[in-house]
Design a protein around this ligand. Structure first.
Ligand SMILES: [Zn+2]
Length: 487
């Protein structure tokens, strides 16, 4: 029987079109999902859009649209981009879907009936962009540090979730499970924050209406974060359907800015609703552009669609995972991308494929030869790399996995240069030549398997070109990019 594996990404807030940071997270999750499918796991991979809240309502208003129309149009941009990037999710959840709203209301009601939600009065400083309340000490002279914007003073009647009640349980869980929050620096950060105290959370709003009505009080809507986090179980059809099979999540993949909501708020919701806790929260880093934080207002952006159009899906996917150590911040620049395409993809990988196919055409009329002599040392090599790469993949060390694959590719390229196959033909060493070619084909099959999660189209193209008996040589996998030719 195969293992189940459930991976989620954060659901994106579609107040603006997707940027490279959104792309990075979805590509990482897709690579994990594809690798688990490759090793035979029964995978469920979810993503989606988080469509309620005051900011969406304001954005819709300023673009002259109803919130419903606005989110319909914006979520489509995410869906279209994921299609272009080959993101193989199993379900895309939108928090405005009925399937989500009903479950969010059920969870709210369940927690209310348990006595963990109560009515009170809230006075606080609120950042609309964060959709979160702040205390004076979190702010820089009344300015939200994330958005560089003045927060609003809000006073309203609302419902509170007794999150403080779960402080000890949450802390205990994080401490007892060493790998529950990764990387370790994030784990330590959150432990320290929890030790400062968890306060009850205001979980309803009545000053605007773009949200899910409270099942117990129609004048209020559910706080957008409380609503959004529930996507991880509503997408599975809690408490039935896929929920029984796939919950708990094996990995919640998120950015570092929303760790508190996942490690504290989400855990408290689950504990209050008597639902098993997820197995792991993995916190990825942020992508900067040429050393600067992504910012639309300052023009520090790259358009992912434009990148895909110029360089192709697989090159972008490869670059993001090769260049950035998973869990750390990384940098994007077009120059670095072009260098990776030319050096790693066109040169190392592309040449190995091209040379191997060319030799099969030249020496064996396009038929992959059968070999009598088996090169034991090389077979061992391939096995070792295969094990090493799988180990790195299971540890989520993607750049190390790619290092391993490229070591194998370069070893094979060097083997071609050292063996000098043209001499083997001159000396009539046909059996040696057959064995040599056979080995290169085995290397290519292994390389295709290893790069499949990162570059699915390229992997399939390699396998397709090698064929079963007769090769089908295509165009070069990655044409070199001329730096000057790029506009
Ligand atoms: Zn803010």
């Amino acid at each position: 029987m195969s293992n189940k594996f459930y991976i989620t990404t954060a659901i994106d807030y579609p107040s603006a079109p997707p940027h490279i940071g959104h792309v990075y997270e979805k590509v990482c999750a897709d690579i994990i999902a594809r690798w688990h499918r490759r090793i035979g796991d029964d995978v469920f991979f979810s993503t989606g859009t988080d469509e309620h809240g005051q900011k969406i309502q304001k954005c819709a208003l300023s673009s002259g649209k109803k919130p419903e129309e606005f989110v319909e149009r914006m979520s489509k941009r995410f869906i279209d981009l994921w299609a272009k990037l080959n993101i193989s999710y199993d379900s895309f959840i939108r928090t405005t879907q009925k399937r989500h709203e009903e479950i969010a209301q059920n969870i709210f009601k369940k927690i209310y009936e348990k006595g963990d939600i109560y009515k009170g009065l809230y006075e606080g400083l609120y950042c609309v962009d964060c959709e979160a309340f702040y205390t004076e000490k979190d702010l820089l002279e009344g300015i939200c540090p994330t958005h560089n914007k003045k927060v609003e003073k809000i006073k309203e009647e609302c419902y509170f979730f007794k999150m403080s009640k779960y402080q000890d349980k949450i802390l205990e869980h994080i401490r007892a499970n060493k790998d529950f929050i990764q990387p370790e620096t994030r784990r330590n950060e959150i432990i320290n924050r929890i030790k400062e105290g968890i306060r009850d959370l205001s979980v309803s709003r009545s000053s605007f209406n773009w949200g899910i009505p409270l099942p117990i009080d129609e004048k209020h809507i559910i706080f957008v974060w409380f609503d959004a986090l529930i996507n991880y179980i509503s997408v599975l059809g809690y408490p039935n359907k896929e929920f029984r099979k796939y919950w708990p999540a094996d990995i919640h993949l998120i950015g570092k800015d929303i760790l508190w909501f996942h490690a504290v708020v989400w855990l408290a919701i689950l504990l209050a609703a008597d639902i098993e806790l997820p197995r792991k929260i993995f916190v990825h880093g942020f992508i900067n552009i040429k050393g600067e934080k992504i910012s639309k207002s300052r023009g520090v952006v790259v358009d992912p669609l434009e990148l895909v159009r110029k360089y192709g899906t697989d090159a972008i996917r490869y670059f993001l995972l090769r260049e950035i150590r998973f869990g750390e911040d990384g940098d994007f620049s077009e120059d670095a991308l072009i260098k990776r395409i030319n050096d790693d993809l066109a040169n190392d990988l592309g040449n190995l494929v091209y040379r191997t196919l060319t030799m099969i055409e030249k020496y064996f009329k396009g038929y992959v030869p059968r070999a009598e002599i088996i090169d034991k040392k090389w077979e061992q090599n391939i096995d070792n790399f295969s094990r090493e790469v799988d180990l790195h993949m299971s540890n989520l060390d993607f750049n190390l996995a790619l290092d391993g694959t490229w070591e194998l590719i370069n070893l094979a390229n060097k083997y071609i240069e050292d063996t000098k196959p043209w001499n083997l033909t001159k000396e009539n060493k046909t059996e040696e030549l057959k064995s040599f070619i056979r080995l290169l084909v085995d290397v290519l099959r292994e390389v295709a398997d290893q790069i499949y999660p990162f570059m699915p189209q390229t992997a399939e193209s390699i396998k397709d070109q090698i064929g079963k008996d007769k090769i089908k040589k295509g165009k070069p996998l990655f044409p070199r990019v001329d730096l000057k030719g790029i506009s």
